[in-house]
Write a protein that binds this ligand. Structure first.
Ligand SMILES: Nc1ncnc2c1ncn2[C@@H]1O[C@H](COP(=O)(O)OP(=O)(O)OP(=O)(O)O)[C@@H](O)[C@H]1O
Ligand SMILES: O=C(O)c1ccc[n+]([C@@H]2O[C@H](COP(=O)([O-])O)[C@@H](O)[C@H]2O)c1
Length: 211
């Protein structure tokens, strides 16, 4: 009998996708010898309701551009195409329906993992996937706070520390500061071409210079 496919699932708002996301996915792929990592941009990230999130289609296309050079990476539209707020329980059910024999590994940073007990249907989440928490500068995750099934289903992985966040990339862009080398080149160009994260004509002029 063939061994089951091992599939990483990298969920994120990716507004924009940056090298912290890509390094986390690549490290976990290598660590668990995953056959592929599926990036899943959120549709409606209810947990980020305190701010305006860019159009799903822009976040999806930036994710496609950023992952295109890695043959083990692909991007799924399951969260974008589902109506209503995005919950990981639905993401994992949809992916499991598409790949019934796959073992799923849901990849998060330490900050997202620390909040996992606030996520919808948390105990079923641990039945559908193993969870992999990546270290992230500025965030601690103490695995001893997990109990029962969660403790067996969560692994922490130490990855190269990249103090990059989408928040900082948006702020830098809005101030006319460069995001080259924080995000892939194609994403810099997408941001500038589509005038993302700019709220003033002066900022737009700076952005033109970046192209
Ligand atoms: N630099 C990083 N190192 C490790 N993990 C990261 C890093 N940046 C993001 N992640 C993880 O990637 C996933 C998707 O993150 P998300 O798209 O929210 O990016 P973000 O940089 O945290 O965004 P924002 O600043 O807008 O909150 C989350 O699990 C998050 O913890
Ligand atoms: O299912 C939930 O209740 C839930 C709550 C918060 C975050 N998530 C998922 O966690 C992933 C990372 O989220 P974020 O906010 O760091 O981009 C993304 O796939 C979200 O859909 C999921």
């Amino acid at each position: 009998m063939n061994a089951p496919r091992r599939v990483g699932v990298m969920g994120g708002t990716f507004d924009p996708i940056h090298h912290g996301h890509l390094v986390a996915a690549s490290e976990v792929q290598a660590w668990f010898d995953l056959d592929e990592v599926v990036f899943v941009p959120t549709g409606d990230p209810w947990h980020k309701a305190d701010r305006q999130v860019s159009q799903a289609e822009d976040r999806y296309l930036m994710t496609v551009i950023a992952t295109a050079s890695n043959p083990r990476f692909r991007v799924s539209r399951v969260d974008i195409e589902r109506e209503g707020p995005t919950y990981t329980i639905d993401t994992l059910r949809d992916l499991k329906a598409q790949m019934p024999d796959a073992e799923l590994y849901f990849i998060t940073g330490a900050d997202a993992l620390a909040d996992i007990f606030t996520w919808r249907d948390v105990s079923e989440l641990f039945e559908l996937a193993q969870f992999v928490g990546c270290t992230r500068p500025g965030y601690e995750m103490d695995l001893s706070t997990l109990s029962g099934i969660a403790a067996d289903r969560v692994t922490m992985v130490e990855i190269p520390a990249l103090a990059i966040s989408s928040t900082d990339c948006r702020l830098r862009t809005s101030r006319g500061e460069p995001v080259w080398y924080l995000v892939p080149d194609g994403v810099v160009q997408y941001i500038a071409k589509h005038h993302l994260y700019i709220d003033s004509p002066a900022g737009a002029a700076e952005q033109k210079e970046l192209l």
